[in-house]
Design a protein around this ligand. Structure first.
Ligand SMILES: [Cu+2]
Length: 174
């Protein structure tokens, strides 16, 4: 019994030693180029030869396999355009003063659609009467006014029907 046990142990030891040897052999031949290119790797790596420049430490060599995900741009909501209110057309108006038996200004130029207001400053009545259509007021007493809107392009001559020498005109342009 004892002898068999010893023999078994011996066999086990021999087998283990053989495996270790094979493993060691494999290790030594794993890199066949290592010995020829670097005969003494320890001294060469730690002690640079004189005249040999120390290789600069290479940094930033790690290249990420995937590019970093782009940071999502913050979505800025498009500013709501403030609705521009349609400019209210300035009321086109003009004034003519009737004074001293005359119209001032005697020659007036306005844009089409302009409302012209005549105001009598004389202490006598006057009219605004178009020569060929246009304004046609009744007698305007002192301090009163008459208005007419010119909606057609052209020259409108007018006078005072009470005092025909009082003449003037309005030029209506586009
Ligand atoms: Cu008059």
């Amino acid at each position: 019994m004892k002898k068999i046990n010893l023999k078994k142990k011996h066999l086990l030891f021999t087998a283990t030693a053989g495996i270790l040897l094979i493993a060691a052999a494999c290790n030594s031949t794993a890199n066949p180029y290592g010995q020829s290119t670097n005969s003494n790797p320890y001294t060469q790596n730690t002690q640079p030869q004189p005249g040999q420049s120390t290789p600069a430490p290479q940094t930033n060599l790690v290249v990420p396999s995937t590019p970093p995900a782009p940071t999502p741009k913050p979505v800025t909501p498009a500013p709501t355009p403030t609705p521009t209110p349609a400019p209210t057309p300035a009321p086109k108006t003009a004034s003519v003063t009737i004074m001293n038996y005359g119209f001032t200004p005697q020659h007036l130029t306005v844009k089409v659609g302009t409302k012209v207001t005549w105001t009598n400053r004389d202490n006598v009545e006057h009219t605004v009467t178009g020569d060929n259509g246009g304004p046609a007021s009744s007698p305007i007493s002192q301090g009163q006014s008459y208005s007419y809107t010119f909606n057609q392009i052209g020259v409108v001559a007018y006078h005072c029907s009470i005092h025909p020498e009082m003449v003037a005109d309005v030029t209506v342009t586009n």
